[in-house]
Design a protein around this ligand. Structure first.
Ligand code: 13P
Ligand code: ZN
Length: 301
């Protein structure tokens, strides 16, 4: 079996090299894939991706699909129904991390740890057209990524391309000790660090604890992503969205840093928020005014 697998591997690598020679830049070296790989490594270095924790999807442009098409499998996988559907993603192509595969390994072997999937004309199923070698599948959170893409594409006039899920420590800590409502948690984060309200002016949604990896959590999260570009999963982690890798990673980084500052300030103050300096609501309003931000007014007193 191992002999057959490694022979198949050699054949696929050989085919890919031949295709590359006649067809240009390999998928691994396409600029979007380099950005994808860098984000996976950066998230690992931040400590947000224990084991196979976390996942990433990127909605490809038509030009990127055409540049990668010469490297697609001659025979794609079978179609797999997602249990969710989106009209505005019919026929789309996504790069996705693999289920059970590790963010820290993505840079070592992208074609094993990452794949490209095509969505069918009905907008309810995927099939693998590149990568995820040796029987890989898209992340188990693909239904959540897919539904989040759908609502963020609609909310941003097509600008949103990335959905990123991680397990950052301090965000998870907050969900163990704070009421699980978006207003309370957003206010704590906005007041932790002055520029938070500039980075996420609509705030952060909160999904109560749910079983991960299915259509129910996908629907609950995407409902919140109509308003927010980030949503916390209680006792689990954080989903963020964005138009490019820098903005998306930056949003994850900023929310987690604000959560860390909030937690550490409470700890050095013996768990109490008495006598703590804070940014008043009028201060937040003044930032919104000077930075010309549309903020979530319902979250201010
Ligand atoms: P996957 O390995 O299927 O991507 O799952 C990791 C995870 O974080 C689930 O929420
Ligand atoms: Zn997770």
């Amino acid at each position: 079996m191992d002999v057959i697998n490694s022979a198949q591997d050699m054949l696929e690598k050989g085919m890919s090299a031949v295709k590359g020679a006649v067809s240009g830049v390999a998928v691994e070296n396409q600029p979007f894939m380099k950005g994808f790989i860098r984000l996976c490594s950066d998230g690992w270095l931040q400590g947000w991706h224990e084991r196979n924790g976390g996942n990433l999807t990127y909605r490809m442009t038509e030009a990127e699909v055409e540049a990668c098409r010469p490297f697609f499998y001659d025979t794609p996988s079978s179609w797999v129904n997602m249990g969710v559907q989106a009209d505005n993603l019919r026929g789309a192509y996504f790069a996705t991390t693999g289920s059970g595969r590790y963010m820290r390994n993505v840079q070592l072997d992208p074609a094993y740890n990452v794949g490209i999937v095509q969505i069918n004309d009905a907008g309810d199923s995927w099939r693998i057209v590149w990568g995820l070698r040796d029987g890989g599948k898209p992340t188990s959170e693909f239904p959540s990524h897919f539904m989040n893409h759908s609502v963020r594409v609609a909310a941003t006039d097509g600008a949103c391309r990335i959905i990123y899920h991680a397990h950052p420590d301090n965000v998870i800590v907050l969900t163990k000790v704070m009421p699980l409502d978006a207003r309370t948690i957003t206010r704590a984060l906005w007041k932790a660090m002055t520029e938070c309200i500039v980075v996420f002016p609509m705030g952060v949604g909160v999904v109560e604890w749910m079983v991960p990896g299915g259509a129910d959590i996908a629907r609950a999260t995407s409902e919140l992503m109509k308003t927010y570009d980030a949503a916390i999963w209680a006792q689990h982690g954080l989903f963020v969205s964005g138009p490019d890798f820098d903005t998306t990673f930056g949003l994850m980084h900023t929310i987690e840093k604000a959560a860390k500052i909030h937690c550490q300030a409470l700890m050095v103050n013996n768990g109490s928020d008495e006598f703590m300096n804070t940014i008043e609501d009028d201060g937040l309003r003044a930032i919104a005014h000077d930075f010309n931000l549309t903020i979530n007014e319902a979250f201010l007193d």
